[in-house]
Structure formats: C-alpha cells, structure tokens
Design a protein. Sequence first.
Length: 392
Amino acid sequence: MTPRTEPDPGDAATAPLWRAAQAFRLITLLYAIGQQFASVSHYTNQRLSWVFIALMAVWTGVSAILLSQWRIHNVRQVRTTVVIGDHVVVIALIFATRLVADFDWYYGHQTLPTTLWAANAVMSAAILWGPFGGICSGFLIAAAILSARARWDLDIWRDATAPVLVSVGLAIGLAANTAHRAQQQLQRAVRLTAAAQERERLAREVHDGVLQVLSYIKRRGTEIGGPTAELAQRAGEQEVALRVLLSEQGGRADTGGVEQDLRPLLTAQATTSVLVSTPGEPVPIGRFEAREISAAVAAALANVAQHAGTGAKAYVLLEDTGDELIVSVRDDGPGISPGRLLEAEGQGRMGVSRSIIGRIAALDGTAHLLFEADGEEGSGAEWEFRVPRRHR
C-alpha cells in the first residue's frame, strides 16, 4: 500500500489546477470518442482504431487518478513520470493515425487523438514545470500533429494547432506560478501571525509576572532607602530593559522589505534616565533613514550623558505627521551656552555637526537646537529633527 504523507505546500498550491485538468481530460475523452464515431467509417482499419480508442480511455483513467492525488509518497516524482508518459502516449497515438487511415483522410482531418485531447499533455506539463515547460510541450505536441498529418507546407499558417497548444501551455503555466507565489505568501503570513501571537503571549506573561515584581522591588527599595536603594536602582534598570525588549518585539516581524519600523530603534535607547515616547502605530521608513535617525538620537543622548550631569534626564519624542517625521530630544540639564556649538566646531570638535546635524541633513532634513541657556539649572536643551518622508 502506498504510504500517505502530508501534502507538500508547493504541490498543495496547484492541487486545484491538477483536479480541474483531470476533469478537462475526462471531458476531452468524451469528445475524442464522439469524434471516433463520426470518423470511423472513413478509416481503412476500423477495428484497430477502436483498440487505440480503448487504450486512450484506459490511459485517461489511470493518468487522471494519479495526477489528481497529492497526499501520496514522492508525489512530484509520480507526477513527473505520468506527465512524461502522457507525452509518449499522445505522440504515439498521433502517429498511429497513419495506421488506421489513408493520406487523403488524415491530411485534412484531426488525428485519432483529437487536438483537444492532446492538449492534456500540454496542460500537465505547464502545471508541473511552469510556463517554459508548457510552451515547450505545446511546440512538441504541435510538431507531432503537423508531422503525422504531413502539413509542413504553406497550409501550416492556416492551421491553429500550434498557436492554440502553445497558448494553453503559457496560460496554464502562468496560473501555476501564480498559485505557487500565493501559497508562499500565505505561508509567510501564517508564520508571521503565529510569531506575533507567541510574542504577545510571552509579553503578557512577562508583564504580569517579572515586570510587576521588578516594579515592586524598585518601589519598596526606594521607600526603604539605605543599602536597598542600590537594589532598587538595579531593579529599575532591569525593568526598563525588559520593557524595551518587549516593545522591540513588535517591530521585529521583518518581512524583508525596504522599510522598517523606526520605533524599536528609538525605544532600544531607553534607560532609567531616558524616556522614549513613540506612536502606537508602526512608523515605517527606509532602512537607511531609520538607522541614521537612530544614530543621530544616540549622539544627542550621548551629549546629554556627557555634559548634562549625572542626575539629568532625557526625553525622546517621535511624531509622524504623514509628510515628515519629527524627533525631539530634550533634557533637563543646565543647557548649552549660546555660541558653544560654533566654538566647539571652530576647535575641530565635529561631534554635533557631523553626528547630529550632518546625519539629518543627509536625509534632506533639518536639525535645530530650539533653545540654549546660560547654565541655569533645569533649563535644559532640546534638539528637534525634521525629516521629510520620501514618496512611498
């Protein structure tokens, strides 16, 4: 007994085409039998013609059963064997027309296996091997029919055999390729959906368990003070790290496209002293633009950590207006003295001009330091990056 297996996704995609083709095969057999009744009186060997029709009927049944299955072991090898056998049987029956009819008959009429029934081999090749296989099969069967009928003369241009068979091979082959692509996209969507659901489940478990415990430790440790303050600080850092990790997971369903969500790149920079706020919906942008904006934000936060003091906090805000992206990086440190950036650039220190302003300018955007201060505590400084959205 032939072992049964789960269908291969590629074969399952074309299963409806295979079954429709076999229904067409049975219909064309009825047409060929009807043609036999109409033409048998003109044959020189009528008894042999009925033997060939019987062989045609047997092969039609066997091939239809084998080609309509997709849960059998080594289904592709079975189909390849049947399709090759299909061509052998069709071509043999085409040339067998000369054994049952004289030249005057087969020159001006259809071969014993009618053109419609012979098209089954072309359809099977197209489904199995795609448009190229279908076209090659169409040319092969058409050449066999024209050779058997001795129609290699100017009358060939009035015979629709070749155009019809080649067109059938091309059309069915393109349909098979489309079915394969649709199946692949469906499987990819299913995998992404399953992965997203699993991430959401894990996020809920972590939020309801680990994050709640860390938040409690941070709160109680801060209240108790003393030696537990450091424990509270470490718990707070781990809480932020876990929240960042969970927020990143929402943007990691990478489909391999040219765009990616900007939000995870910014939320990854959150710490206990850096608060990041992003929209609830994805903010897709080109991969290069996303990396450059993230790097500019990282440079601005590095300046905060270096110059704003140990107790300073930074706030990152991402806005998507549709026409442009606005990223604000603000801190509550002492601020930047007026003219300090120009002075630093004149001294050869190019950190701000290159790492921040240069990166945003390369994206056709602008980077502005909205306000500066003369060292007044808490006045802080704020960078605003405006990057126009390219035509999508």
